[in-house]
Design a protein around this ligand. Structure first.
Ligand SMILES: *[C@@H]1O[C@H](CO)[C@@H](O)[C@H](O)[C@H]1NC(C)=O
Length: 219
């Protein structure tokens, strides 16, 4: 008699254990599907950003300075390799940069390892045109972004991350992180790319408040 009452209880228990599990798996599936659709990177007009194609990048509100560009001067002296800076004039759209994912895909996605290419070399000191940070944990100038990096190496390893509190909910804005460890070596962390002001010049570097930026298609 007791045997008969235990049997349905066991079945009941199995059923109770299974259904939350299936529900969680179902939720994971839904969340995964939603995030897979969401991780594509969009330009300021809402179009998908192409992998390995030049774009302008700059602040959401262009009045807070212009686009990102290279400079071959610091305090009026020639520098080599070049620094990556924000143009002081809001009318200037800046340089052209290709974000090149290590995994070959048509469109850029957030949280993918990538290199940032400044295009063809303009001088002998700019032979390698990928952005790099020599020492993300150091102070300026060692933590400033320069050219001279090699694709898919620790110093040139970046990822795009959705900006946590966007200036405008209607505009897709992002921040960059430098993640040397993802490409092979270095501290087990990612560094937010920020703007460091030195002598009035706005340099991109690996410390401080993350720099919020947008992609602009080249006309
Ligand atoms: C990077 O930026 C995010 C968003 O502002 C912030 O939550 C996080 O603490 C920053 N990380 C570091 C290491 O500063």
């Amino acid at each position: 008699m007791s045997y008969l009452t235990i049997t349905p209880n066991i079945n009941q228990n199995i059923y109770n254990m299974k259904s939350p599990l299936f529900f969680i798996l179902f939720l994971v599936f839904i969340i995964h599907t939603a995030s897979a659709a969401d991780d594509v990177v969009y330009d300021v007009r809402g179009n998908k950003v192409l992998n390995n194609v030049p774009y302008h990048i700059g602040p959401v509100v262009w009045a807070k300075g212009g686009g990102i560009k290279l400079t071959d001067k610091k305090n009026n002296n020639k520098i080599c390799p070049f620094n990556v800076v924000q143009d002081p004039a809001e009318v200037n759209i800046g340089g052209k940069f290709s974000f090149t994912q290590v995994a070959k895909e048509n469109y850029l996605k957030t949280s993918r390892i990538l290199g940032i290419d400044s295009g063809s070399a303009k001088s002998g000191c700019d032979v390698s045109t990928f952005w790099k940070i020599d020492d993300a944990e150091a102070k300026a100038p060692k933590n400033l972004i320069t050219t001279g990096g090699l694709f898919d190496t620790a110093a040139s390893c970046f990822q795009i991350v959705q900006y946590p509190k966007p200036t405008s909910p209607k505009i897709h804005s992002y921040m960059l992180q430098h993640c040397p460890y993802f490409c092979g070596a270095g501290p087990h962390t990612c560094f937010n790319v920020s703007v460091v002001v030195d002598n009035g010049v706005r340099y991109l570097a690996s410390s401080g408040t993350p720099f919020e930026f947008v992609f602009k298609k080249i006309k």
